[in-house]
Design a protein around this ligand. Structure first.
Ligand code: MN
Length: 155
């Protein structure tokens, strides 16, 4: 069972991501800020982290820096999840220790495209989802993904 840690301060976004991931057969753990994320990485031992950039206590950049500095955690795949859309931000993110980048609003297809190659690189693991994303995701999830968070950059 592949375990995904979602670190995101917005409850609506957390719920959407959880629904998308659970529909794919992943186990989901949630953190509401960067400090809690670091705690849960140690405690829950996720296979991958979806990390919001704009969060209280510790933002995504601070969290990924701490992960890369810690020899026990350094190889954890980390995907940035953010509404940062300006020119240069993608490069900044990819130069900061993240393995990839997901733009809000999150699309089910983009999520799968980013997650699966990272998970399949892990030894002894299978990233193969048990069924098609689209066939399992609920109408509610798909509607939510269209409406989600087009506004504030730091959500
Ligand atoms: Mn946020």
């Amino acid at each position: 069972m592949i375990k995904v840690l979602i670190a995101e301060d917005n409850a609506v976004n957390r719920e959407l991501l959880r629904e998308l991931l659970e529909a794919r057969g992943y186990t989901v753990v949630e953190a509401c800020d960067g400090q809690e994320a670091l705690h849960l990485i140690e405690q829950a031992q996720p296979d991958i982290l979806l990390l919001d950039i704009g969060m209280p206590v510790l933002d995504g950049f601070a969290v990924v820096r701490k992960i890369r500095e810690n020899p026990r955690l350094a190889t954890l795949p980390v995907l940035a999840v953010t509404a940062y859309a300006m020119q240069g931000d993608r490069e900044k993110i990819l130069n900061s220790g993240f393995d990839g980048y997901l733009s809000k609003p999150i699309s089910a297809v983009a999520l799968a495209e980013q997650l699966e190659p990272l998970l399949s690189k892990r030894p002894g693991r299978s990233a193969a989802p048990n069924q098609s994303y689209e066939s399992q995701a609920s109408e509610k999830t798909r509607a939510a993904s269209v409406m989600l968070d087009g506004g504030t950059n730091l959500e």
